[in-house]
Design a protein. Structure first.
Length: 345
C-alpha cells in the first residue's frame, strides 16, 4: 500500500489549453490518492484557460499566473522550485491521469527507494487513439533506449523523487529547447535509477500542435546533441564515422545506401560484441540491435542482390538466426526487388 502521508506536488503548465483543460484537471482531482498539492501555472494564456482554472474551489489547487508567456522550461522550473512534496508529478493540460495513477506510482516508489523517476505506459488520445505505448520498464532497458535514441518516458506520466532533484540541484535546461525532457533523463540517470510501470496510467493526447510536430527540426537537433554526449560517454572509442552511422539508423529508420548498410552492419556488430557498458550486453539491448539490423535490411530489399549479400554474410545473422521461413521470404523479396514487410522477430 502507498504511504498516504507522502505529499505529491502536481506540476501542470497551462498555455491556451481551454479545449481539454477541464478533463485534465478533473482527472487529477479524482485521484484515489488524495494527499497532493496541485500547482497549476497559467503561462500567460490568451484564451479562457485561467477562468477555467479559477472555477475550481478545491483547496489543494494553487494557481500561479505568469502575466506574459514564459515558455515551458521556465514554467516547469518554477514548479520544481515551489513544489513541497516528497514526490513531484508531471501533468499536461490536455492529458488524462487514470484514477489510480498516483496510488500505483507512490506504492512503487516507496517499495523501490533507489528509483528517482517513475513513468508508465500510456494510451493515445486523438491521433492513433487507443494505441498503447509500452515504454521500457527497467533501468538498463531505459539506458539502452537512450543510447539507441528511442522513446524512454512519456513526460506527463512521470513521478519524480524530490530529494534527488534537491540534492543534485537538477532542473530543466533552457539550453536544449524542445528536448529538455530527454536531457533531464540523461542528467537524472547519473544520480538514481529509472523505471516505468508496465500499466497504462495516463491517456496521452496526440495532435498537430504538439512540440514534436511544430518544432521537429529544433527538437531533433538538441536530441542528437544530447544523445551524442551519452554515446561518447559510454563508448569513448566511437569514431566520428560511427557516430554518423548511428544517427543514420537511430531513431529515424529509412532506406539507406548499401554503403551505409554495410557501415550499419559493422557498427551494430561492434556494439553487440561490447562487454561495457553493461546495459548494451543485456539480451534486451541485443534484441534491439537484431531488430534494427533486420529492419534496415528489409527497408533495402528493393536494392536486390546487394542487400541479400550483405545480409547473408552479416555476423548478426549468425548470432541471431531468424529461421528458414523468414530467411526464405526475405530472399524472395530481395530477388524480386520488392518492399519487404517487417518480420515478427
Amino acid at each position: 500500500m502507498p504511504n498516504t502521508e507522502a505529499l505529491i506536488s502536481v506540476v501542470m503548465p497551462v498555455y491556451n489549453a481551454a479545449t481539454y483543460l477541464r478533463a485534465s484537471i478533473e482527472s487529477i482531482l479524482a485521484q484515489t490518492y488524495a494527499n497532493f498539492e496541485f500547482l497549476i501555472f497559467d503561462d500567460g494564456s490568451e484564451d479562457n484557460s485561467l477562468d477555467i482554472i479559477e472555477s475550481y474551489q478545491d483547496s489543494r489547487i494553487r494557481v500561479i499566473r505568469n502575466v506574459t508567456n514564459q515558455g515551458l522550461i521556465d514554467t516547469l522550473n518554477k514548479g520544481l522550485q515551489q513544489a513541497k512534496g516528497t514526490y513531484i508529478a508531471r501533468m499536461d493540460a490536455d492529458d488524462i491521469s487514470l484514477p489510480h495513477r498516483f496510488a500505483e506510482q507512490v506504492a512503487f516508489m516507496e517499495a523501490h527507494p533507489a528509483i528517482g523517476v517513475c513513468g508508465s505506459w500510456v494510451e493515445y488520445l486523438g491521433q492513433h487513439e487507443g494505441t498503447v505505448m509500452q515504454y521500457p520498464t527497467e533501468h538498463d532497458q531505459i539506458l539502452a533506449h537512450i543510447f539507441f535514441n528511442k522513446a524512454t518516458f512519456c513526460h506527463p506520466s512521470v513521478l519524480l523523487r524530490n530529494t534527488v532533484l534537491q540534492k543534485h540541484q537538477l532542473t530543466y535546461s533552457s539550453v536544449y529547447p524542445h528536448a529538455e525532457d530527454f536531457a533531464f533523463w540523461i542528467a537524472l540517470h547519473r544520480h538514481c535509477r529509472l523505471a516505468n510501470i508496465p500499466q497504462v496510467l495516463v491517456k496521452y493526447r496526440r495532435h498537430s500542435q504538439q512540440v514534436s510536430v511544430q518544432y521537429q527540426a529544433t527538437q531533433r537537433h538538441w536530441f542528437i546533441y544530447n544523445a551524442k554526449q551519452f554515446i561518447q560517454h559510454y563508448t569513448p572509442d566511437v569514431t566520428p564515422e560511427e557516430l554518423e552511422t548511428h544517427f543514420h539508423i537511430f531513431p529515424f529508420q529509412a532506406p539507406i545506401s548499401n554503403e551505409h548498410l554495410e557501415a550499419a552492419n559493422q557498427w551494430l556488430f561492434k556494439l553487440y560484441e561490447r562487454s561495457s557498458p553493461s546495459f548494451l550486453g543485456t539480451p534486451y539491448a541485443q534484441q534491439l540491435l537484431l531488430k534494427t539490423w533486420m529492419h534496415l535490411c528489409q527497408l533495402s530489399t528493393p536494392k536486390g542482390l546487394q542487400t541479400l549479400k550483405l545480409f547473408l554474410r552479416s555476423p548478426l545473422r549468425k548470432k541471431h538466426p531468424i529461421g528458414f521461413k523468414n530467411t526464405f521470404v526475405f530472399m524472395v523479396d530481395c530477388l524480386l526487388k520488392r518492399k519487404s514487410k517487417y518480420l515478427d522477430l
